[in-house]
Design a protein around this ligand. Structure first.
Ligand SMILES: C[S@@+](CC[C@H](N)C(=O)[O-])C[C@H]1O[C@@H](n2cnc3c(N)ncnc32)[C@H](O)[C@@H]1O
Length: 222
């Protein structure tokens, strides 16, 4: 698929720069850019980690990038964190960070496109942060994630109608990457088709919607 190729090569090139968003120590111009355009990355990080509640839990992180969610959850006591990402340089960073944090025994990383990834393992929590931005056809991804979720699925969706959207479009066009956006009804429709709406909560995070889907409760209702 055209978008997967451009996403793949974009994140092969951008792995280090993306990981640096999480660091406090960086040049002033990067601090300003991140504060203006990428604050949501820190907000969703705190919100999702605290909502999952780590001790003894298992996590699947789809499009895990540099593995920040898995490493931090493992540090907080998660039993197992598996990250899947199509970009090898992202997985290299995640592997090194898990080693550095002393949690490599509870983390695993795999280089794969998520739809091609084969496993029937269920996880307490499935996380897909900054992932749906890069998909042409998101429905099969939502369906597959729900299938792997024992308890809750957390997924972010960048808003279509947001002041920063045109700048982001331009940035990705110049870098020959692929990015897309969602209206609130589009996110709701995805979960209506893949699951059951009463078990969906949508949190407005400014630049993104955060979808929290209670797959465990939805399954019990069937
Ligand atoms: C913006 S990064 C987000 C990383 C991480 N979730 C975070 O929030 O820190 C998006 C990641 O999704 C990965 N990705 C995009 N499409 C993918 C696919 N179809 N299968 C696996 N990974 C994918 C990219 O390689 C990239 O590392």
């Amino acid at each position: 698929m055209r978008s997967l190729d451009s996403v793949h090569s974009y994140f092969d090139r951008e792995a280090e720069r993306f990981d640096a968003i999480y660091d406090k120590e960086k040049p002033l111009h990067q601090q300003i850019g991140d504060a203006l355009f990428r604050r949501v990355i820190h907000e969703r990080f705190s919100l999702v980690l605290n909502a999952i509640g780590a001790p003894g839990r298992t996590l699947l992180d789809v499009g895990c990038g540099p593995g920040r969610y898995g490493v931090e959850l493992a540090r907080r006591g998660a039993a197992r964190c598996l990250g899947v990402d199509v970009a090898q340089p992202m997985i290299d960073i995640a592997t090194a960070e898990a080693e550095k944090a002393g949690v490599a025994d509870r983390c695993a990383w795999q280089v794969s496109d998520f739809l091609s990834w084969q496993s029937d393992e269920p996880f307490d929590a499935v996380v897909a942060m900054g992932y749906y931005d890069y998909l042409e056809d998101p429905l099969p991804h939502v369906e597959k994630m729900i299938g792997h979720t024992r308890d809750r699925l957390f997924a972010s969706f960048p808003k279509r109608w947001e002041v920063r959207t045109p700048l982001r479009v331009l940035r990705f066009q110049l870098a020959r990457g692929f990015v897309r956006f969602y209206s609130r009804p589009e996110v709701i429709d995805l979960f209506r088709r893949a699951g059951q709406l009463p078990f969906l909560a949508l949190v407005d995070l400014g630049r993104d919607y955060l979808a929290i889907y209670d797959a465990g409760a939805a399954r019990a209702r069937r």
